[in-house]
Design a protein around this ligand. Structure first.
Ligand code: CIZ
Ligand code: SF4
Length: 302
């Protein structure tokens, strides 16, 4: 059944000149059928480089929106339109405008996990892979508002020594990883390196060997001499970590770090998406252009 479905997907993909992108947190079989896997920005950049006309973006909504912002001439489809990111929805445009009124001179840095509207209203975007670099690019005499992730914001503030005004959003999935889990996993696997995502709470980050984005974790695991790793991020990443490093062992800090929104995309839904050309992601041009500027400023730094 699954084999048949995969063949149908491959056939329709050719017919529609489509490319399938899957985020590092997608379920294994979705990652396996994808043309590219990666983090949200890496995937959007890949998308802009392909000649494909259609992008099937297997991730959450803000990621598909980011692809549309970067590739306005392509048709961007998300297999499940209900795959939202609760963190991205923790700040509204009205709340951001009020915050900007309170701190009129501050520069607004928005994490890529934000809506197109929030990106359009911000000065510069960042991902977990480049947040420190982005914050360091802002002159020291300027105030910084960081939205929407308080944990990444706090981590970056500590790493850069910058005082930042943090919005109190958070990732419910990464906040399920507890300091106590790290302590007990370290006891069970004393020679393992502990790698966690900066969306985790600060007490978790303090107990880790290193805090990294998903692309950073994949690179670290490949280059490290260590043979065992305790991984504190959404458990979908374990699929790529294991696939790319068959001689190494990876343990999730907590199996509860399972994002239900990321798991909404399935092979069936990818097939339906290609059959019916659904669900198309649109970003109003006025917002898209502003959001593109915010992303472009970040891209120019790297
Ligand atoms: O930017 C991304 O894709 C996210 C949400 C996390 C990461 O670390 O890659
Ligand atoms: Fe959003 Fe967290 Fe799920 Fe990522 S893992 S999509 S930040 S809720």
């Amino acid at each position: 059944m699954s084999e048949e479905m995969i063949q149908k997907i491959q056939r329709l993909k050719k017919e529609h000149d489509a490319v399938i992108l899957a985020h590092n947190y997608q379920i294994g079989e979705v990652q396996d059928i994808a043309d590219f896997t990666g983090d949200s920005l890496g995937l959007s950049i890949q998308a802009s480089k392909t000649t494909a006309k259609v992008i099937i973006f297997c991730g959450v909504y803000f990621m598909a929106e980011t692809a549309k912002i970067i590739c306005p001439d392509k048709k961007v489809l998300i297999p499940d339109e209900n795959a939202g990111c609760p963190m991205a929805n923790m700040i509204t445009i009205r709340q951001l405008r009020e915050l900007k009124k309170r701190y009129p001179d501050a520069k607004v840095v928005c994490y890529v996990n934000s809506t197109a509207e929030i990106k359009a209203e911000s000065d510069i975007c960042c991902t977990s892979a480049n947040a420190i670099k982005v914050v360091n690019s802002i002159p020291e005499n300027e105030q910084i508002i960081f939205v929407p992730d308080q944990s990444l914001g706090d981590y970056v503030a500590k790493q850069t020594g910058r005082e930042m005004i943090l919005w109190q959003g958070y990732c419910p999935t990464h906040h399920r990883i507890l300091a106590q889990d790290i302590k007990s996993m370290r006891k069970k696997h004393p020679s393992a390196k502990v790698i966690v995502h900066p969306e985790c709470t600060s007490d978790v980050i303090e107990l880790a060997d290193v805090a990294l984005s998903t692309s950073g974790m994949l690179k670290f695991a490949k280059e490290s001499d260590a043979k065992e790793f305790i991984v504190g991020t959404e458990i979908g990443l374990l699929h790529s970590l294991k696939k790319e490093n068959p001689d190494k062992v990876f343990y999730p800090v907590s199996k509860l770090a399972d994002c239900p929104n990321m798991k909404l995309n399935t092979l069936e839904k990818i097939l339906w998406s290609l059959e019916d050309m659904v669900y198309e992601v649109f970003v109003p041009e006025e917002i898209r252009v502003k959001a593109w500027n915010t992303i472009d400023k970040m891209l120019k730094l790297s």
